[in-house]
Design a protein around this ligand. Structure first.
Ligand code: PRX
Length: 666
């Protein structure tokens, strides 16, 4: 296979229309908006500056932060290991909080938070700094020191951001685990990082129900020898000794209530100076093996990248109210809920619950209530809004909005247009931003006021980012379909995989030697615009959540009835992809609807509800190559009801046609 064509990316979402066709024929374009001229003036120069001297450009961006010791070298690059701003020292908390504290803006709102049951809290920068100081001191009293790992397993409550910043303040490395993951996933992540403390909550609210996080945490922690302390935020429980005990039974000596610890802690906690290359956080993400990878991000480069992109992609001004709807359990929540916007002294909105609770207009009611000006969400959410219809946004005043963004998966042009018309009222530019957990910050994106946008295209690399399309042999391509690679290091890039540098080298740098390969296929059009076509490896994107096929397969074969399993993502109207599993049962086991339910529950218990298979298909055989590799591509064809692709490399081509017939009958 020399080049890739759209037909190799069958899993790009195809809601409402056939996206592949639409992509091919998409001719609409939207000129930069004149109201962003000021942004344009600054940003147009950026491209020129970055192409003249990339390192000088990034050094300029780094200078926007407060450093206590200047760096000696902008970049030290020994492929594939980068050190950015080596020798420099900075204080993360100073950059994210203290900047506003000594001026008239210290009472500016930092976080405007809505709980799902319609409770509300506002933290000014002053409040936030004091809470972070207290939480940092609380961690210190528990003996947490620089370089220790702290796991955070919280709902979307302000304490999640406070906990992250408190870790940064004392130089502890945080590892946030999304609250939708199961006890077992939490345990694996804690053990891989050997975290010494876990910060969790008695529970959180989701669609009116309590998610009992502390119970999951208890289940996880019994298998975590490194954990000394568990700190529990009281979110769902009432007063002391009240209903909280229903959700949180506290283990003497190990468990501490957050509010009790903070009550006695001083708000004054001298921050730990950080070397530019000190680790700021680890964030686990799925790859092509069963075990998630601990992506390592360091301090100076990451903050530089997130701060620069926040500034230019979202055009953030002092008076903006920025709402990125991502959960802090994902990288988007790290970079564009917490670090990027707070380093700008921005006002952010945070929301705990579901977009359809208590009704389907929750997001729009919050936009109106908080006067949100810049709104950043995922295509899967937009497709849900589209399905629910325009009456929900129409009920609210969305006139404060001035810029919209998307992230997480390819956006089909029809959803882009709907977003533009129904939410942006044809006034707001849309920034479709491509990036990954590994890249730390936005890599390919339009700049408002500068870039002509085309619905469905992430447009061009951010200044200072060098991307190149290559064919299967790694030869650069001027256009057409191929593999998206990055050809030079960037400040926010991952530095390694926690505890497994070999895997880091192999996963990202070996497919195309000398290049970072992101795992995505893409198309480059005649104007040099990037159209991201989705993953070309065995990683699925389910409702914007990244899940490895192998992870779900491992969870399935862990069930006593299962002999073998193969898992693929199949196109889904709302989620982009849904999980389809092909399962071979052990001798003597019989397929039944109750076993199917049992297998679904088993996967939820092993990974979390986000990995629940939509289809489970029992079969007697799986299509394999002569060397025994399962051909997931063909299974995807079957699950999506497409004509089968090339079957000539199969050990037994009859297997796949049999499967196709049977699948069609189910
Ligand atoms: O396939 C790409 C898709 O999401 C993957 C990265 O997932 P994750 O590390 O979980 O980070 C998601 C949020 C940054 C990518 O490999 N992806 C992300 N943004 C886009 C996208 N696909 C198309 N267009 C995007 N804007």
């Amino acid at each position: 296979m020399d080049t890739l064509h759209e037909s190799h990316f069958p899993h790009t979402p195809r809601p409402m229309t056939d996206q592949i066709d639409t992509l091919l024929t998409e001719q609409r374009s939207f000129s930069p908006d004149a109201s962003f001229q000021e942004a344009a003036l600054g940003a147009a120069d950026l491209y020129a500056a970055a192409s003249t001297d990339r390192l000088a450009f990034w050094a300029d961006q780094a200078r926007a932060l407060d450093w206590i010791t200047p760096w000696k070298e902008v970049l030290n690059w020994t492929l594939p290991h980068a050190r950015w701003f080596d020798g420099g020292q900075l204080i993360v908390a100073a950059n994210c909080l203290v900047r506003l504290l000594h001026g008239p803006r210290r009472q500016k709102a930092a976080i405007m938070w809505d709980g799902e049951p319609v409770d509300r809290r506002v933290y000014t920068y002053w409040d936030l700094a004091r809470e972070v100081g207290r939480a940092a001191n609380a961690l210190k009293t528990l003996g947490v020191t620089k370089g220790d790992r702290v796991a955070i397993y919280l709902p979307m409550i302000p304490e999640a951001a406070i906990a992250m910043l408190a870790c940064a303040r004392i130089g502890a490395i945080h590892s946030v685990v999304f609250g939708g993951f199961s006890a077992e996933s939490l345990r694996d992540r804690i053990n891989d990082a050997e975290a010494v403390a876990l910060i969790t909550a008695d529970g959180g609210y989701r669609r009116g129900q309590v998610v009992p996080l502390k119970r999951f945490a208890d289940e996880a922690v019994v298998g975590c020898p490194s954990i000394r302390d568990v700190i529990v935020v009281r979110r769902v429980g009432g007063g002391e000794g009240g209903a909280s005990e229903t959700f949180a039974s506290m283990t003497e000596g190990r468990d501490h209530w957050w509010h009790r610890l903070l009550e006695h802690a001083s708000a004054d906690c001298p921050p730990e100076p950080m070397e530019a290359e000190d680790i700021l956080f680890i964030l686990y993400t799925s790859g092509t093996t069963g075990a998630p990878k601990g992506i390592v991000h360091t301090t100076g480069g990451y903050l530089t990248h997130t701060t620069a992109t926040t500034k230019y992609v979202f055009d953030l001004k002092d008076e903006d109210v920025f709402w990125c709807t991502a959960d802090v359990g994902w990288v988007t929540g790290h970079s564009y809920v917490v670090y990027g916007p707070l380093a700008h002294g921005a006002t952010i909105v945070m929301y705990e619950g579901a977009p359809d609770w208590p009704d389907r207009d929750r997001f729009w009611s919050m936009v109106a209530t908080h006067g949100v000006t810049v709104f950043y969400t995922a295509p899967t959410a937009i497709r849900a809004f589209m399905k629910w219809g325009p009456s929900y946004p129409a009920k609210h005043d969305l006139s404060t909005l001035r810029l919209l963004g998307t992230v997480g998966e390819p956006i089909n042009p029809e959803a882009w247009i709907w977003y533009h018309e129904q939410i942006g009222k044809e006034r707001c530019p849309i920034v479709d931003t491509w990036w990954q957990t590994e890249t730390g910050g936005i890599m390919i994106t339009p700049l408002p006021g500068v870039t002509t946008t085309k619905p469905g295209s992430a447009t061009k690399p951010f200044p200072g980012i060098e991307a190149e399309l290559v064919d299967a042999q790694g030869r650069p391509m001027a256009g057409g379909g191929g593999f998206l690679t990055i050809t030079s290091p960037w400040p926010g890039m991952l530095r390694t995989i926690w505890g497994d540098d070999q895997r880091y080298q192999e996963t990202y740098w070996s497919r195309f030697p000398g290049r970072y390969f992101a795992g995505d296929g893409a198309k480059l059009d005649e104007d040099g615009y990037w159209w991201i076509l989705g993953r070309v490896d065995d990683v699925m994107n389910v409702a914007g959540h990244r899940i490895g096929s192998m992870e779900v397969e491992s969870a399935l074969v862990d069930h006593p009835s299962v002999a073998e399993a193969a898992v693929v993502g199949k196109a889904h109207d709302l989620k982009g992809q849904a999980i389809a599993a092909f399962v071979i049962l052990k001798e003597g086991q019989t397929a039944s609807p109750s076993l199917r339910d049992d297998l679904r529950d088993h996967v939820v218990g092993k990974i979390g509800a986000i990995a629940k298979p939509e289809d489970i298909f029992f079969c007697g055989d799986l299509p394999k190559t002569r060397s025994g590799k399962i051909m997931r591509r063909l299974l995807k064809d079957i699950a999506e009801g497409r004509t089968l692709g090339d079957t000539t490399t199969l050990a037994d081509p009859a297997v796949v046609s049999r499967l196709k017939e049977m699948y069609g009958e189910e």
